[in-house]
Design a protein around this ligand. Structure first.
Ligand code: CP3
Length: 355
């Protein structure tokens, strides 16, 4: 990496190198549980304006670092920026979640899709990355991200969040060729997008496969993991991409730790349902692990939070290759002071696990 980071614990842990204490960051660390996020979002007017205004995206990215002793920043953006750049028209309605004005409804809608030019269609994300890197002054690494092809596809087909994924799973079984065509164009778009983020300065990339866990075993391997594997391979062979560690996170992916660990990625994110000790024994020394405290632990007292943090640390055990995180994104109704308890507990209680 060209620039020297003042705190490189995250990068070291992702490469399974020794650290003094276990690094910690939190999925959705910039979000509605922070009053300062809500204020900036209100100033922006709506979520997409917040994402598309680099100064505001930079401001909310840095907010959690001003409060907590976190070991990483994560770019403020969304996994649905790619379909927005493909012309589907994304909006995020308060308390309702994302909506597409033009979801995919026919074979022709899929045929018409093109890989977006990253500078032209997603330049606002790259501008945000460059600004955030400047404002971070090398304090901690910056994580970039994208959704997995399968997860993004579900939103493009359903048009919004879904309960049963009837349309997306209907296409997977009814028109598998059409689904593969969509996943192929998405994986090429995601590769270009993540390579763009890396070129603009992100130090790590993470792929969020939030809906891989709704698939059958065979469908997961064919329609989700295979496309993430191709993205990992294609980032590795592109320029600076070979240096940035890649984290894959499949929510509900506990049955596929072995497959994920063999995908070529550097780290596997674990949700809260998994036993991190078993995950480590399955993954062996192939990858680092990230996770996996149940977000709901943050509704309890500081003493209870510390006890559960200690359990996750003990579950992973001694040695390198653990990045502490929640098992999924933080909820909007969590008290920010509880996050401070969590972050400080990870640093304090993990010291004996490192030399
Ligand atoms: O982690 C971070 O702090 C970085 C920012 C980030 C956001 N979304 C901001 C956001 C990241 C990494 C995401 C990823 C994302 N977006 C995922 C994958 C992670 C996951 O949760 O599994 C998914 C599935 C999405 C799609 C999406 N965007 C949904 C389902 C929603 C609504 C969520 C909600 O809680 O209402 C969004 C909007 C969104 N993206 C918000 C934030 C902070 C809430 C918007 C708001 O009302 O301010």
């Amino acid at each position: 990496m060209s620039e020297k980071l003042l705190n490189d614990r995250l990068l070291r842990a992702l490469r399974r190198q020794p650290v003094d204490v276990t690094p910690v960051w939190i999925m959705r660390q910039a979000g509605r549980y922070l009053p300062e996020y809500r204020a900036t979002r209100q100033r922006a007017g709506d979520f997409m304006t917040l994402c598309k205004t680099p100064e505001l995206a930079c401001e909310v990215t840095l907010q959690p670092l001003q409060r907590f002793d976190l070991d990483a920043a994560i770019l403020f953006s969304d996994i649905l920026t790619i379909p927005d750049a493909m012309g589907l028209g994304l909006s995020v309605v308060e308390n309702k979640g994302p909506r597409f004005a033009r979801p995919l409804r026919s074979a022709n809608d899929i045929r018409k899709l093109a890989v977006p030019d990253v500078e032209a269609g997603l330049g606002y994300v790259l501008d945000a990355v460059r600004l955030i890197k400047r404002e971070l002054h090398g304090k901690v690494p910056l994580i970039g991200f994208a959704g997995s092809p399968w997860t993004i596809a579900t939103y493009m087909i359903e048009g919004a969040s879904s309960k049963n994924f009837s349309l997306a799973k209907g296409m997977l079984y009814g028109q598998p060729d059409r689904m593969h065509q969509l996943l192929d164009i998405l994986s090429r778009s995601i590769t270009d997008y993540l390579n763009g983020q890396i070129a603009a300065g992100v130090d790590v990339v993470m792929i969020f496969d939030s809906w891989g866990g709704i698939l059958s075993h065979a469908a997961y391997l064919e329609f989700s993991l295979e496309y993430m594997r191709r993205i990992v391979r294609d980032i590795r062979t592109a320029g600076r991409g070979s240096e940035a560690p890649i984290i894959l996170f499949t929510k509900g992916g506990g049955l596929w730790i072995d497959d994920l660990a063999g995908s070529g990625c550097d780290a596997v994110g674990l949700d809260w349902t998994m036993d991190i000790e078993s995950a480590r024994s399955i993954a062996g020394d192939r990858v680092a692990l990230q996770g996996n405290l149940d977000t709901a632990v943050l509704y309890s007292s500081p003493a209870t939070i510390r006890r559960h943090v200690a359990e996750v640390l003990a579950g992973f055990g001694k040695g390198d290759g653990h990045v502490f995180n929640l098992g999924h994104g933080i909820h909007p109704d969590i008290d920010p002071d509880k996050v401070a308890v969590l972050v400080d507990a990870v640093h304090e209680l993990s010291r004996p696990y490192h030399k």
